[in-house]
Design a protein around this ligand. Structure first.
Ligand code: FES
Ligand code: FE2
Length: 319
């Protein structure tokens, strides 16, 4: 079967875990961007993300390995590696093998997420940063309400939804199409400001949805109107056809704690409903490089041009 999308994995910052997924002194196996990985925390609590396979004889360092101080010990023959990927000890030899290195990914813990920089070329260091979102961790805002989905599509296709206001009426049942006030791109960032109607038990009201993207893997979606809520959305490619998306909702606290949590739950339920509605479209559609658009469609072409900067490898349609 022909592939439904021509894209290689994008490069950028991607969420790989939550800080509380891992205790200090432990390691776990992950798989993202078609690569087996080991995420571990040394005993001082620092996180490290590295390619999973031990350069000695190929054991998986996320399965049965041991963290000792600031190093990770392979379960097969006890070689140890530090957070930079260097082999620091071969327990049955006086000399280390300098060629035995693990690819190590730049990593930050920010906004309550563990995020890693992935580029096909290991020499390319991060070319932008993920901003700190001031509302995250602010006592005036709630703790995250988290949800996670694994969807059979690629990050670009999911992101294109954001610049496609027309689908809200047909897929999500909103009564009017969102009005895009502004869509601007600058380097790895893009901003889309829009107004959108919501159906509430007391009738239809208007609110704003303002989306700020920082690269292909991280966006802040600010909902305002009846209440203020922020969804920090993170998409991470698992393999060529599967994407993990994590939604992290925080709402500005209302006077009443029970009401705050009801509002947050309502947002989570609505976004959950939307993703359930979007999924069958995403999982069966194809990417059309030359779509037939209406003049009132959203800024799809501009979005695609912006997104194309995140591919360092050729597309399957190139050449
Ligand atoms: S395979 Fe890791 S030490 Fe031998
Ligand atoms: Fe949607």
């Amino acid at each position: 079967m022909a592939r439904r999308f021509p894209f290689p994995h994008p490069f950028g910052w991607f969420q790989v875990a939550y800080p509380d997924d891992l205790e200090p002194g432990s390691a776990t196996a992950l798989r993202y961007w078609s690569t087996d990985l080991v995420l571990w925390r040394d005993e001082s609590g620092e996180y490290h993300l590295q390619d999973a396979y031990c350069p000695h004889l190929g054991a998986h360092l996320g399965v049965g390995s041991k963290v000792c101080g600031s190093t990770l010990e392979c379960p097969f023959h006890g070689w140890t590696f530090d957070g930079s990927g260097e082999c620091v000890e071969i327990p049955y030899s006086d000399r280390v093998n300098r060629k035995a290195r693990l690819r190590t990914y730049p990593l930050v813990v920010r906004n309550g997420m563990v995020m890693a920089w992935r580029h096909p070329d290991p020499e390319v260091t991060p070319t932008w940063e993920i901003p700190e979102i001031p509302e995250v961790g602010d006592p005036a805002w709630s703790e995250y309400h988290r949800s996670s989905y694994s969807i059979h599509t690629v990050p670009q296709e999911m992101a294109e939804n954001g610049v496609d206001p027309a689908h809200f009426r047909y897929v999500h049942g909103t009564e009017t199409v969102a009005e895009v006030e502004k869509y601007e791109t600058e380097g790895p960032c893009s901003v889309m400001l829009s107004t959108q109607s919501y159906v509430t038990p007391r009738g239809t009201t208007w609110g704003r949805i303002d989306v700020y993207n920082h690269g292909p893997g991280f966006s802040k979606v600010w909902f305002s109107g009846i209440v203020d809520a922020i969804n920090i959305a993170a998409t991470t490619p698992i393999d060529e056809e599967t994407t993990q998306v994590r939604f992290n909702f925080t709402v500005r606290k209302l006077d009443d704690a029970a009401l705050t949590s009801t509002v947050a739950d309502a947002f989570v339920a609505e976004i959950n409903k939307q993703i359930v509605e979007d999924t069958p479209i995403w999982e069966h559609k194809v990417f059309l490089p030359v779509p037939a658009l209406a003049d009132t469609d959203g800024p799809i072409v501009k979005f695609r041009k912006w997104y194309s900067q995140f591919y360092a490898e050729p597309l399957a349609t190139d050449g």
